[in-house]
Design a protein. Structure first.
Length: 428
């Protein structure tokens, strides 16, 4: 494939009409892995500098450092090779099956991370074994600047190489098994919910032992008792908050096709002989003025929340403008760090258009009105301004609405607004 096409298939494009959230996940993974190659170079340079300091300043045997640091450099180079294999595997995943493809991307990515961890722990065990076998006496008698209290320090320093890699391997093994066992679903949001739960659980697993070690050290070094007490209270509070967040994310449900009728601004009435004349798939509400800056468009508390303006499609009828929420992945939910309304707007246009066209084809207007969150009668509009990809509506009551959209072909939209609004329609 040509470099131009590779770049096109890697960089997320908000204007791509067939985009899917699985495609976004794939591109995000490819970009992240591609950018991480610079970290490999930085890591090698850091290890070389670290080795120089240990040999020249701490006077540690050059042979020991060569084995230990050389092993770390070798692991880093192997990790770079595994990254290349990972990029090729992720790039080959097709994303037509939105939810299934997303799950495959997660499992594939974590599989290669586990492979890196295995190489790391095996290489470290071998290198440390050689060091203890060949330099056991030197390690036992090592001191820094002839300070006896530091005797044996090198032994613990060497063991940290193994402990670090072993802990990383155990975390990767647990993570891989959990992700591999993610429940299959045709709903990407449910898979992502399970994935975020895994991340939160692992964060908690890492947090508790790490903070406990620090707390123990604070007690052992004999500092005033109130400092460990404050630190322990903070640790307990953070643990409780993490558990609450875990439970709230776990309790999120995606029933009723992710439609929440409570977000409708008012009762949407039916009108006789009303017909749909046009549609815009992919809209998102924006601020209309300074006062909107202080008006929340959504709220999330401890990993669970909702967007108050989930409408994603604009329908033009012979009577009014309808704002409806086509039911797609995630709906109006905010799950952990994922806010589905803007994510769907920018990167899930393929699913939105597909579902929206199916709704228009198979449902009557009264059924479609059940998905409506707001509407504006033409008789209530003072002016409607179309500025590139933004629609601004000012009603006779003074209320203002503003939406952005992604469709590039707006000629039909201009024609319909001109037909129904006449001189009240303004193109900027």
């Amino acid at each position: 494939m040509e470099p131009k096409n590779i770049l096109k298939n890697t960089i997320p494009d908000p204007f791509f009409e067939q985009s899917m959230l699985s495609g976004l996940a794939k591109k995000g993974e490819l970009i992240g892995e591609g950018l991480s190659f610079t970290a490999i170079i930085k890591n090698v340079i850091f290890l070389l500098i670290f080795a120089f300091v240990l040999i020249s300043y701490f006077k540690i045997s050059a042979s020991i450092i060569t084995i230990l640091v050389g092993t770390e450099i070798l692991i880093t180079i192997i990790a770079g090779y595994i990254k290349i294999k990972k990029i090729k595997s992720v790039y080959a995943i097709r994303t037509q099956d939105n939810a299934g493809s997303y799950r495959t991307i997660l499992i594939t990515s974590e599989y290669y991370e586990l492979i890196k961890a295995i190489f790391g722990v095996v290489a470290n065990v071998v290198s440390v074994s050689f060091v203890f076998l060949l330099f056991s006496r030197e390690i036992s008698n090592f001191v820094i600047q002839n300070i006896p209290l530091q005797t044996g320090l090198l032994k613990y320093f060497v063991l940290t190489f193994v402990v670090f890699r072993l802990f990383d391997f155990i975390m990767r093994l647990i993570r891989y098994n959990w992700i591999k066992n993610l429940k299959e679903s045709d709903n990407l949001a449910q898979i992502n919910q399970g994935y975020q739960l895994i991340n939160k659980k692992l964060e908690l697993i890492k947090f508790i032992p790490g903070m406990s070690v620090i707390l123990l050290i604070l007690f052992l070094i004999g500092i005033p008792f109130y400092i460990p007490l404050i630190f322990g209270s903070f640790m307990l509070l953070m643990t409780v908050l993490s558990i609450i967040e875990l439970q709230r994310i776990k309790n999120i449900t995606f029933g009723n096709k992710e439609i929440d009728a409570s977000v409708a601004r008012h009762t949407i009435a039916e009108y006789q002989d009303e017909q749909i004349a046009g549609s815009v798939f992919g809209i998102m509400k924006t601020a209309t003025g300074f006062k909107d800056i202080f008006k929340p468009f959504g709220l999330s508390v401890f990993g669970s929340g909702e967007t108050y303006y989930p409408e994603n499609t604009l329908l033009i009828t012979n009577c009014r403008i309808l704002f409806i929420q086509v039911p797609i992945t995630g709906g109006s939910k905010i799950v952990g760090k994922t806010d589905y309304v803007p994510q769907n707007f920018f990167f899930n246009r393929g699913e939105l258009r597909q579902e929206g066209e199916e709704i228009l084809k198979t449902n009557s207007l009264p059924q479609i009105l059940e998905l409506a969150t707001n509407d504006v009668l033409y008789s209530d509009i003072k002016t409607l301004t179309l500025k590139q990809t933004q629609i601004k509506i000012e009603k006779l009551t003074g209320e203002k609405l503003s939406y952005v959209f992604m469709d590039r072909d707006i000629d039909s939209l201009k024609g319909l607004f001109q037909l129904y609004l006449k001189e009240r329609f303004i193109v900027v």
